[in-house]
Design a protein around this ligand. Structure first.
Ligand code: PGA
Length: 253
């Protein structure tokens, strides 16, 4: 059994005050739990990474970025590098979140470059995959997720792949209140684990954590976490409320 992992993706929400108070509340109310029984990460907007890192202080809450660019430095206006994120205290970075793929237009190839750059620079990527509703309805979930996983890991050695956390986030469940049933999620998680086993080996497949994301909330967290291949949750909306996020953390242990 791997240690459960709960990550909060704040997306483009909070401000300088609320980001700090939310981080402080989560840190203060999960002592003894976070880092010991469950790994917890907060992914605030870039501009609040510094304040949130200071707010979590020496608690065991990790800080992650919502995105990262693959180039080390230079003329890439608006982008943020791996070393900048490390410098601000980040442990993780989301790569290929569905909003980056489908709203901003990131390709599998770009996502792979981000994952590769993150791992090489010592930042732990959380590689997000998931199908659109039309793709699910057309029976293409396996094909879509398989492509995203294979392309996401392309060129990564087994040693580097071990640094990756996977997140299965069916796009139709994100921010919609429509959660995948635990069985629907489990099916795709099992597929992802099998794929990793085929690309690398079964030991690596067993060790890599696979999070579920998409309208995770206190009311469904425990049931989702009970599934064999669900090792944690990537929480959007419910991570913006300290009470809800803390309840989800507690439901994971
Ligand atoms: P949600 O978002 O929990 O609000 O559905 C999850 C995510 O996009 O990571």
């Amino acid at each position: 059994m791997t240690k459960p992992f709960i990550a909060g993706n704040w997306k483009m929400n909070t401000d300088s005050r609320s980001s700090v108070s939310l981080a402080e509340a989560v840190a203060a109310r999960t002592t003894g739990l976070a880092g010991r029984q469950v790994d917890v990460a907060l992914c605030p907007p870039f501009v609040y990474l510094g304040p949130v890192f200071r707010a979590v202080g020496n608690s065991s809450i990790a800080v992650g970025a919502q995105d990262v660019y693959f180039q080390p430095d230079g003329a890439f206006t608006g982008e943020v590098s791996v070393s900048m994120l490390k410098d601000m205290g980040c442990t993780y970075a989301l790569c290929g979140h569905s909003e980056r793929r489908h709203v901003i237009g990131e390709s599998d190839e770009l996502v792979n470059k981000k994952v590769t750059a993150a791992v090489s620079g010592g930042l732990l990527p959380i590689l997000c995959v998931g199908e659109l509703i039309e793709q699910r309805k057309a029976g293409r979930t396996t094909e879509v997720v398989t492509g995203q996983v294979k392309n996401g890991f392309a060129g990564l050695s087994a040693e580097k792949a071990l640094a990756v956390t996977m997140a299965y986030e069916p796009v139709w469940a994100i921010g919609t209140g429509l959660t995948a049933t635990p069985q629907q999620a489990q099916e795709v998680h099992a597929l992802i684990r099998e794929l990793i086993g085929r690309i690398y080996d079964s030991r690596l497949a067993d060790e890599i954590r696979i999070l579920y994301g998409g309208s995770a909330k206190p009311g469904n967290a425990a049931a989702l976490m009970q599934e064999q291949d669900i090792d944690g949750l990537l929480v959007g909306g419910a991570s913006l409320k300290a009470d809800d996020f803390i309840d989800i953390i507690k439901a994971a242990v």
